[in-house]
Design a protein around this ligand. Structure first.
Ligand code: UFG
Length: 319
């Protein structure tokens, strides 16, 4: 039986991955400081340490009896990273360094890491291949790239087996026997939960309608959180000693903000109230993943479409 340490396992994507790992027969230890995650979402079947990846002592304890790590713990809001770059460097880069040092000390060298499409920055080339030059346009993307680079060295120098999974836009929710594992961010900045919470008093703000896209709104590549969690479990089996791979996770296609709003209106059965406002700082016009590498290396492709993401997110918010 294999035991996996999941850092950030009380969060939205980490928590969904913990549930999928348990369903697939893995033993799980969770380490989360609960700054954005929720202790009440950690299943009783997992061993839980509440603490920071910056704390070597608690990381050491959490690593006991583990064979591999899936590392989610990070600050992940682009806007906040522009305001507080030092917080992002300390938590994301220094915290990852503490984790990697403790893994090295404990002789644990297998790791799957949560990276981001934000590492690529603004790209003219769509869909984006993993070989695309990384040019992050905000501190969040810079910290994710710095962590990926640490892993390149660890694979070469310490024989780590590492995969960085670069997510595009994640949405949806997982249904458990105990109820929905919902996306619970405060503040919520993501499009789909904001679309579903919009009311005529507080309509959705569509950020920018003058982008160089088919309908003037930004295009993003959406992937269901359960498909994403499955990819992490598949990545554990694809780890190779002495290698670091970067793999995109998305759907390979894109939807504009207006298309998301229209699909959501269809799903919920009423027109989502929306107003048009100025562009949001830091937004690139289009982000679409090439997912050929995920198909080849992980044997993964997503099976849940945008309608299902919105419908699951809707049910989880009403639960
Ligand atoms: N948007 C709106 N109104 C809102 C929220 C978002 O119009 O209320 C628009 C944004 O301007 C953007 C699109 O919807 O064009 C998607 O925005 P999100 O905030 O949902 O997601 P982002 O694309 O900004 O960022 C997400 C993750 C990042 C990650 C990035 C990589 O939050 O961590 O995807 O693709 F880096």
């Amino acid at each position: 039986m294999s035991r996996i340490l999941v850092t950030g396992g009380a969060g939205y994507i980490g928590g969904t991955t913990v549930a999928v790992l348990l369903q697939q027969g893995y033993e799980v230890t969770v380490l989360d400081d609960c700054s954005t995650g929720h202790a009440d979402s950690v299943p009783a079947a997992a061993t839980f340490y509440q603490g920071s990846i910056l704390d070597g002592e608690i990381v050491r304890k959490a690593l006991e009896d583990c064979d591999a790590v899936i590392h989610f713990a990070a600050k992940s809001l682009v806007g906040e990273s522009v305001e507080k770059p030092d917080l992002y460097r300390s938590n994301n880069v220094n915290g990852s360094q503490v984790l990697f040092d403790e893994m090295d000390g404990a002789g644990i060298t297998r790791i799957v890491v949560s990276s981001s499409a934000a590492t690529y920055g603004d790209s003219r080339e769509q869909p984006i291949l993993e070989s695309h030059k990384a040019h992050p346009t905000n501190p969040y993307g810079e910290t994710k790239l710095a962590v990926d680079n640490l892993l390149v060295d660890l694979a070469h120098e310490e024989n780590f087996a590492a995969i960085s999974l670069r997510y595009f836009n994640v949405a949806g929710a997982l249904m458990l026997e105990s109820g929905w594992l919902a996306e619970r961010h405060d503040p919520e900045t993501h499009l789909i939960p904001n679309v579903l919470r919009a009311t005529s008093e507080k309509p959705l703000k569509i950020f920018g309608t003058d982008w160089d896209t088919k309908d003037g709104t930004c295009i993003r590549d959406y992937v269901h959180v359960v498909d994403l969690a499955d990819a992490h479990v598949k990545a554990l089996s694809a780890l190779e000693t002495g290698r670091h791979e970067i793999i995109n996770l998305g759907s390979g296609g894109g939807y504009s903000v207006r298309e998301v709003v229209d699909t959501a209106s269809k799903v919920v059965g009423y027109e989502i109230p929306a107003i048009e406002v100025d562009r949001r700082a830091g937004d690139p016009a289009v982000l679409i993943a090439s997912i050929e590498k995920a198909k080849t290396i992980l044997g993964w492709s997503p099976s849940r479409d945008l309608e299902m993401m919105i419908s699951d997110a809707y049910k989880s918010l009403k639960d």
